[in-house]
Write a protein that binds this ligand. Structure first.
Ligand SMILES: *[C@@H]1O[C@H](CO)[C@@H](O)[C@H](O)[C@H]1NC(C)=O
Ligand SMILES: *[C@@H]1O[C@H](CO)[C@@H](O)[C@H](O)[C@H]1NC(C)=O
Ligand SMILES: *[C@@H]1O[C@H](CO)[C@@H](O)[C@H](O)[C@H]1NC(C)=O
Ligand SMILES: [Cu+2]
Length: 190
């Protein structure tokens, strides 16, 4: 192929690489630099609201394990700071948790008084945020029924009948761009 064609293919490949990067899972440190603590009363609601989480993103809890731990709990236990029946427990001080479903993921510290002091976080993944590569079991009720308790902005459905698993606009555009770049590359190569 000629130089022009090769260049176009290279551009298409680059664009695809960029798009792949956009679609890959993100890693977030809970509380950013503050970590997972009661010192300084970090605002974990504010922290969670400042992110847009997607399925398969990873949150890392970093803390002194002598003073804190991480419990995944139900919504009710999250509200009441009830640590008696956690769904899962982490306690290494450096815990990576994969958010593999849509809906809310509730975490709190099980040390006495810490949750009540604000060491709790509700990480919400909008139903429309499912990564295209993931085959998640969607939790329609979590996103459709209740209003988002975090500030996680639920993407407006483009059509009333749109399936809950519809890709968000941004990713649809990205997919369209990728598709047209691919056909461009194919045309150039033909
Ligand atoms: C915490 O939850 C357990 C079991 O779910 C329940 O028996 C208990 O009464 C709860 N405690 C409080 C303080 O709500
Ligand atoms: C936490 O664990 C990850 C690997 O899982 C490692 O890369 C990182 O350096 C650790 N951080 C601390 C503060 O220990
Ligand atoms: C999500 O991850 C948890 C813990 O890693 C695992 O037990 C569970 O089966 C996973 N769920 C899905 C739908 O992959
Ligand atoms: Cu704690």
């Amino acid at each position: 192929m000629g130089g022009g064609a090769a260049r176009r293919v290279a551009v298409a490949a680059l664009a695809l690489a960029v798009l792949a990067g956009v679609a890959s899972a993100a890693v977030y440190e809970v509380g950013d630099k503050a970590g997972w603590t009661v010192m300084g009363n970090p605002d974990y609601r504010l922290w969670a609201n400042s992110k847009k989480f997607h399925v398969n993103d990873v949150v890392v809890f970093t803390y002194n394990k002598q003073f804190h731990n991480v419990l995944a709990v139900s919504k009710a236990d999250y509200k009441n700071c009830n640590a008696s029946k956690p769904i899962a427990t982490w306690s290494t001080g450096n815990d990576s948790v994969v958010l593999n479903t849509t809906g809310s993921h509730y975490f709190l510290c099980g040390f006495p008084g810490h949750c009540a002091a604000g060491q709790k976080v509700d990480i919400h993944i909008a139903a429309s945020s499912a990564a295209p590569s993931a085959a998640p079991a969607p939790e329609p009720s979590a996103a459709a029924g209740s209003k988002p308790s975090g500030g996680a902005t639920a993407a407006p459905a483009p059509h009333p009948n749109a399936a809950p698993k519809a890709l968000p606009a941004g990713r649809s555009v990205a997919a369209t761009v990728a598709a047209s770049l691919l056909s461009l590359a194919a045309a150039v190569l033909a």
